[in-house]
Design a protein around this ligand. Structure first.
Ligand code: KG4
Ligand code: ZN
Length: 347
């Protein structure tokens, strides 16, 4: 089957063509157009994002079809939740029109289920069963993936998403948006030790069943950074200490994510951990995970940055899974700002 994937949930306009069956599918093309305009505003402006998708989507799809070497498409998979509803509407409207005109099926895909599939496009072993940590600008989810389509929600953030924490801390430190890559670069150039922030939601005596055993929270860490920035500014040391603060923040966040992910893998006896979402671009995080679990024989998989951030290849792959199960969306497929992942059960 040849699936055209479309992703417009936030600030990337993306289209991809995926061909084949299940875990053997091959990516024929992937085009991602990032909307740089939001940098000026320090965050994504929803209405600007929708309009930019409207302008970009047709040429992006044409390019993906051209690069795939075939115009023959058997089905369309499109992100229809969660995300910016206006942005999602552009993708779903286009996908429905494309499918209707060609007389082929369309399937709506949950954006976070897409992130779960991204790594499998590059690593043949990043397939269930595995523990998944999805860390993006809008979500932080810890899941047990028993099989494709069978997801157990173990933990989530109580407040800010991991990527959001990176972006807000970057702003406090006077770094550009999106902040993740800037913090990582700055942190890598500094030793830890000058500053230390408490690890959020990590207590030694926690056990399975405690409400905060798997959950994370980053608002306290953000406040700790704010206080450090204020003191450093008052003492005229911010320029000198910026890197040390970035390092201490990243150390605290990474240690928390590594510990919570380890708990999940242990609880369900999983030999594989799969990372996804934009924060999975953070090589320091991926290295910390690999270093921590290698000795226990647990493999850690992370997608390349192109597939970690928002892209249509992962949407085509998740769509293919649902299409192969015989699922189809109707032409009244709608866009939703929030919706649970299909197949998700509570812990
Ligand atoms: O998955 P994504 O592209 O979009 C959402 O669905 O949100 O994730 C974007 C997030 C941003 O918050 C960005 O700062 C973060 O991913 N990010 C990083 C890195 N690269 C991107 N965070 C930490 N380290 C990085 N190297
Ligand atoms: Zn995403």
């Amino acid at each position: 089957m040849r699936v055209l994937g479309i992703e417009t949930s936030c600030d990337e306009t993306s289209a991809a063509v995926l061909e084949g069956t299940g875990d053997d599918a091959t990516l024929r093309s992937l085009v991602i157009l990032s909307q740089d305009v939001h940098r000026i505003f320090g965050g994504v402006v929803p209405e600007i994002a929708s309009r930019a998708h409207l302008t970009a989507l047709v040429p992006v799809v044409e390019r993906a079809l051209d690069e795939s070497g075939t115009g023959a498409i058997d089905a369309v998979a499109v992100t229809n939740a969660p995300g910016l509803v206006g942005a999602l509407l552009v993708g779903t409207s286009f996908a429905k029109a494309f499918a209707f005109a060609r007389g082929i099926p369309v399937i709506g895909v949950h954006h976070m289920e897409g992130h779960l599939f991204a790594t499998a496009l590059e690593h043949a072993n990043a397939v269930p069963p595995f523990t998944a940590l999805l860390v993006s600008g809008g979500h932080t989810l810890l899941l047990d993936v028993e099989a494709w389509g069978r997801y157990r929600l173990l933990g989530r953030t109580r407040d800010d998403a991991a990527g959001e924490a990176f972006d807000k801390v970057a702003k406090l430190l006077g770094l550009p948006y999106p902040g993740g890559p800037h913090i990582e670069r700055l942190a890598a150039a500094h030793e830890s030790g000058a500053y230390h922030f408490a690890r959020p939601m990590l207590r030694r005596n926690q056990s399975f069943g405690d409400p905060d055993y798997f959950d994370v929270s980053f608002s306290g860490l953000k406040t700790a950074v704010l206080n450090a920035v204020k003191s450093a500014t008052l003492e005229n040391r911010l320029d000198a200490d910026r890197g040390a603060i970035a390092r201490a923040f990243q150390d605290a966040l990474i240690e928390t994510l590594v510990e919570k992910t380890g708990r999940a893998a242990r609880q369900f006896d999983r030999g594989r951990i799969v990372l996804g979402g934009g924060v999975a671009c953070n090589a320091t995080l991926v290295r910390a995970m690999s270093d921590r679990f290698r000795s226990r024989g647990v493999q850690v998989f992370a997608p390349s940055p192109r597939l970690a951030t928002d892209n249509a290849a992962m949407i085509a792959r998740a769509g293919l899974f649902h299409l192969e199960r015989g699922e189809r969306s109707s032409l009244d497929l709608n866009a939703f700002a929030a919706q649970p992942i299909p197949g998700l059960v509570a812990a």
